[in-house]
Each structure stands twice: as C-alpha cells, then as structure tokens.
Design a protein around this ligand. Structure first.
Ligand code: IMP
Ligand code: MG
Length: 172
C-alpha cells in the first residue's frame, strides 16, 4: 500500500491562495479577466481562488489529454473539452493543478493565443521543477517543489485522493 506523507497543510494552502488571489486582483484590475481551469485537477483550487478575488472574473474550463501514457512533446497533447466562452481580446489566466514537464501548458497557451486572447498567463497550485522539458514559466505559483508525486486538493492518482483537503506525497 502506498503511504501518504503530508506536504502542504490546509493552512499553507489557504495562505498561498489568499496571497495569489491578491496579486491577481491587483494585476488584472480594470481588465476583462477569464480564468480557465484545466480539468479535472484544478477544480478545487479554481473554486477557492475565484472566491478570494476582489475583481470580477469569468470562469471556463477545458480538458487536455496526452496520446500516450508518456507525452514527450506537446504535439502528443489534444483537447478533450474545449472552451465555451469567447476569449478573443480577453485576458486569460490558465489555472492548473501542477506543472511537471510543462508540455500540457505549452500546448494550452498556444491554443488559447490562437483563439485571439489579448494575453495568456499561467497560475499553478504546484510548480514541480525537476522534469521540465520545455521553456515554461508559471506566472503565479502557490508552492514550488523539486520532485515527488502529489495527491489531494484536486490532484489524483488513478482518480483517487482528489477530495483530500491537504496535499500529500504519495510514496510507494
Ligand atoms: P505536464 O504536461 O507534464 O506538465 O503534466 C501536467 C499534468 O500531469 C498535470 O496537469 C497533472 O494532471 C499531471 N501530474 C503531473 N505531476 C503530478 C503529480 O505529482 N500528481 C498528480 N498529477 C500530476
Ligand atoms: Mg492537470
């Protein structure tokens, strides 16, 4: 059985979400912000973030999948649910659970730019730096870690653990 080792507590998550929400509210004051959550992992983070903003925001979601179990280039990523809002001339902030290789977000950023968005930035709950395979810098980061497989607060392993209120390292 895998072991769950606590990594980020509820108090740390709450503090980071408030801090990031304050930064986003300042940076996007007076703009047309659309937050785009990446399903499914970002759903809890997105809900907490949206409730902490002090500016108006429109919300949409999309979903991406990689063709193989191991995606080695952004060409092997496809959309399985696309945006429903028109993001042309809007300021888009992609909200992701975790950046690992960066290939998913590289693909999603260029996709949203191709829809005519005025700007596209990235906000991630966790920035996992060790396996990055492309130039991808998240603009807003709640927590940075080097490595390890994390679950909880939306993050899953084989669809399990998403409902845990804190974030754990899943260790075999
Ligand atoms: P990337 O394209 O390699 O950056 O992959 C990002 C996606 O892989 C994330 O959106 C997650 O769905 C998944 N992922 C990567 N690392 C983890 C992890 O530690 N826990 C849960 N999911 C992860
Ligand atoms: Mg994800």
């Amino acid at each position: 059985m895998p072991e769950l080792i606590p990594v980020i507590t509820k108090a740390q998550i709450d503090a980071a979400v408030s801090r990031i929400a304050r930064d986003i509210s300042n940076d996007y004051q007076g703009r047309n912000l659309v937050m785009v959550g990446v399903l499914k992992g970002a759903f809890i983070f997105m809900a907490d973030l949206a409730r902490n903003l002090s500016i108006p925001v429109q919300i949409d979601f999309l979903r991406a999948a990689s063709y193989g179990a191991h995606a080695y280039s952004s060409e092997t990523i496809r959309l399985t649910k696309s945006l429903e809002l028109d993001v042309k001339d809007k300021d888009v902030l992609i909200v992701e659970d975790i950046v690992d290789t960066g290939l998913t977000l590289k693909f999603l950023k260029s996709h949203i730019k191709s829809l005519g968005a005025m700007s596209v930035k990235v906000c991630t709950l966790v920035d996992k730096r060790e396996r990055r395979k492309c130039e991808l810098e998240a603009d807003y980061v709640c927590h940075a870690i080097d490595k390890g497989f994390l679950v909880g607060y939306g993050l899953d392993y084989a669809e399990e653990y998403r409902g845990l209120p804190e974030i754990y390292h899943l260790k075999w």
